[in-house]
Design a protein around this ligand. Structure first.
Ligand code: ADP
Ligand code: MG
Length: 705
């Protein structure tokens, strides 16, 4: 009896038990669960359903709504393999007397066909309903046998989890039933009663039960209302995030860092190398930064400024101040390509000043990596450019004085903490083009001071944006031709790397071939996407930067940071596939010099709504306004990639949808820390334990990222 055995354990260890402790989970199931990162009971409890299926009563096909995730019981009408383009598709038609749905599989094996051939009686079919050519379709649905005639009545509301290879939905539900009944009774409450009462939150046990096996269909499926259980869990997640931020800020305030003086002579030499003078905004931000650096407290500053405003030079000057004080400076970029670009761009400054510069990314050859790592450890490398590889454990600095994080929305609070633990209390400068609504800034950047560059370098003409229907693509090609004739360069962005049987979207690979053969046979062009080898990407970027290539056919790998001043045209195909803020970032790749620049959005399908959304791009060049429109129109979507991998490390909460809960959680966390700064009261022991686990996560990051 699992429940019995774990009674003697503290609540923490109950949750930390391995999945094998669950009745019915043997080595085989455990292996499949672990492959998906579900190692402990806690992982399972917090792996929440994607949604729920209402299996009460009979749901008729005729009443299903396209776009919904649906589940119905039907019998098989027919099955066959068909050819489409160069591929085979397996089609099965189902009916329940009220309507017909065709299920399609684009990848399948013999076993699937065998399963349907000779199938008698009904099956339950679940998946996202689509309309194609006026007919109902469902792709790669889940199929479950229906047991007995009464299945309908006994179904109830069942949770739908994201798929786990090797474990069918039914088997996974059985595991969760067991977890809920045996383990939830031992889960200890984490939020103080006062907090729960004040914010009207259900207790943790009830919340978990409700979220996994609700008795009523939660409204969340239909409206944006969250169920009380989910709201409570989201509150909890945000509460602990806020505690982490508040404590990290306090710890930082107590830290002592290295005060850096200004070596004016040296800076004058740097200034002579710059081909331009700083804008007033850049100067102001540099003053704020040098004031921070002068204090015996580590700087922790965010520089925010729209694409193209010139953040790189601020990073460069800051790095040189620190280097002139005898320290090392590290610049960390979110992508390989960007790190490489920084390396190439900073070299012309570092070399004449005699500052040794190295590049460190995880994709370097191991020999090169070793050379770089050694130079960093010995302190020979003074300016270090890299990717995430820089925060790995085996990378040690001899005298790290500054870390610059470029385009920071890919790094979360935890990553920043991990960085600081590299020792020596370095100054930290974070750069971002991502404007964040004020309500979120406290959390997203709660541990940072903020500087804003609100001015573009002189002589920039705003990028002219046009929406073009696919039928008039030739107009885009004409404009490209004109610009190529003037020696300018361009990007064309496609959403996919390769042709896919699942969609009609244009892709980089086949379009590069088409453009090179049919449209611009005389223009040097190449493709660039994330699946190419690092070395190849590097070569192509270098060739584009040095104008050996005039056209780059790419995916969104070039979304952030890329700076090639002579590029004047950005063409985006299928722009409806991208968020407005993402389009703004892409557009930011052009208009980086005094040449007139253009952004052409070539759309095909999509209704009026899509058109209106894209029209905002024609009207505005202001990243902040665009982000707000994105938020307003798409609602709780993925605003400016806030939910992107790593950012904030949130699993349940959506910072836009849950903005109010966020504010509440922040207030609760502040009050708690005021009352019990060290969390020493016995009633807060659970909180302390959970926070401790979070800081272990920081340590793990250092090892694995
Ligand atoms: P971002 O803020 O998007 O990172 P970059 O730092 O890449 O922008 O700068 C964009 C372009 O503007 C670069 O080509 C850079 O050399 C140029 N630039 C930066 N500051 C100035 C300035 N004060 N005057 C003229 N050009 C500048
Ligand atoms: Mg940049």
């Amino acid at each position: 009896m699992v429940a019995q055995r774990s009674n003697s354990l503290s609540s923490d260890s109950v949750l930390l038990q391995p999945v094998e402790a669950i009745k019915g989970v043997g080595p085989r199931l455990a292996r499949h669960l672990k492959a998906k990162g579900l190692v402990t009971v806690e992982h399972l409890l917090f792996n929440l359903p994607l949604g729920y299926l209402d299996q009460r009563g009979t749901i008729q096909i005729s009443r299903l709504r396209p776009g919904d995730y649906v589940s119905f019981v039907a019998t098989l009408l027919g099955e066959r393999e068909v050819r489409y383009r160069r591929r085979k598709i397996y089609q099965v038609t189902f009916s329940d007397g009220t309507g017909v749905v065709t299920a399609k599989w684009f990848h399948y094996g013999r076993w699937l066909i065998q399963r349907f051939q000779g199938l008698k009686g009904s099956v339950r079919v679940s998946g996202t309903l689509r309309v194609f050519g006026g007919k109902l379709e469902i792709h790669h649905p889940e199929i479950e046998a229906v047991e007995g005639v009464n299945e309908e009545g006994s179904g109830g509301i069942v949770p739908r989890y994201s798929g786990i290879p090797g474990i069918g939905p039914r088997a996974y539900r059985r595991i969760m039933k067991e977890v809920v009944s045996s383990f939830i009774p031992q889960v200890e409450e984490t939020l103080p009663v006062a907090v729960r009462d004040y914010f009207n939150l259900v207790d943790l046990q009830a919340a978990l039960r409700q979220v996994h096996f609700p008795s009523e269909l939660p409204e969340v499926e239909r409206s944006l209302q969250l169920s009380p259980g989910l709201r409570r869990l989201i509150f909890e997640e945000l509460f602990f995030l806020e505690l982490l931020i508040i404590r990290s800020r306090e710890m930082l305030a107590r830290e002592t860092g290295q005060a850096m003086g200004l070596d004016r002579d040296f800076l004058r030499r740097v200034g002579k190398l710059l081909p331009f003078s700083l804008t007033n905004a850049q100067k102001r931000v540099m003053r704020e930064i040098s004031a921070d650096l002068g204090k015996r407290r580590p700087m922790n500053r965010l520089v925010q400024g729209d694409v193209g405003c010139g953040k790189t030079v601020v990073a460069l000057l800051t790095a040189f101040i620190v280097i002139a004080n005898g320290f090392q400076a590290a610049v960390m970029a979110p992508t390989e390509i960007l790190a490489q670009q920084h390396y190439v761009n900073l070299k012309p400054y570092a070399e004449p000043l005699g500052v040794p510069l190295v590049l460190l990314t995880s994709k370097l050859k191991s020999r090169e990596k070793q050379t770089s790592t050694e130079a960093i450890a010995k302190g020979e490398a003074r300016l270090v450019i890299g990717t995430h590889a820089l925060i790995q454990k085996h990378v040690t600095f001899q005298r790290l004085g500054l870390v610059v994080i470029d385009e920071q929305h890919r790094f979360g609070v935890l990553q920043r903490m991990a960085l600081r633990q590299k020792g020596g209390s370095p100054h930290v400068l974070v750069m971002t083009a991502t404007p964040i609504p004020r309500t979120l800034a406290m959390t997203a950047y709660g541990d940072l001071d903020v500087s804003v560059i609100d001015e573009l370098p002189p002589g920039r003409t705003p990028v002219q944006t046009r929406i073009i229907h696919a039928k008039q693509r030739y107009k885009a090609y004409e404009l490209l031709r004109q610009e190529f004739n003037q020696g300018h360069q361009a990007y064309i962005i496609y959403p996919l790397v390769e042709e896919s049987e699942k969609s009609d979207l244009r892709d980089v690979t086949s379009m590069t071939e088409h453009l090179g053969k049919e449209v611009f046979p005389d223009i040097p062009l190449a493709m660039l996407h994330g699946r190419m080898a690092a070395e190849e990407k590097q070569k192509i970027m270098a060739a584009f930067a040095s104008k050996q290539l005039q056209l780059l056919v790419a995916t969104t790998v070039i979304e952030v940071g890329i700076d090639v001043p002579d590029a004047t045209v950005m063409v985006v195909e299928h722009p409806e596939r991208f968020g407005l803020s993402q389009l703004h970032q892409l557009r930011g790749r052009v208009g980086r010099s005094t040449h007139a620049s253009y952004c052409l959005l070539i759309y095909e399908g999509g209704g009026l709504e899509t058109r209106q959304r894209l029209a905002i791009m024609e009207q505005s060049n202001d990243g902040f306004r665009i982000a707000e429109e994105d938020l307003r129109l798409r609602g709780p979507g993925d605003l400016i990639g806030l939910q992107q991998a790593g950012f904030m490390d949130l699993k349940l909460a959506n910072l836009v949808r849950d903005a109010e809960t966020l504010a509440a959680a922040r207030r609760a966390a502040l009050t708690l820390i005021q009352k019990d700064p060290e969390l020493t009261k016995p009633t807060h022991a659970v909180i302390r334990a959970k926070l401790q686990r979070q800081s272990h996560q920081v340590a793990d990051l250092l090892q694995t990222s």
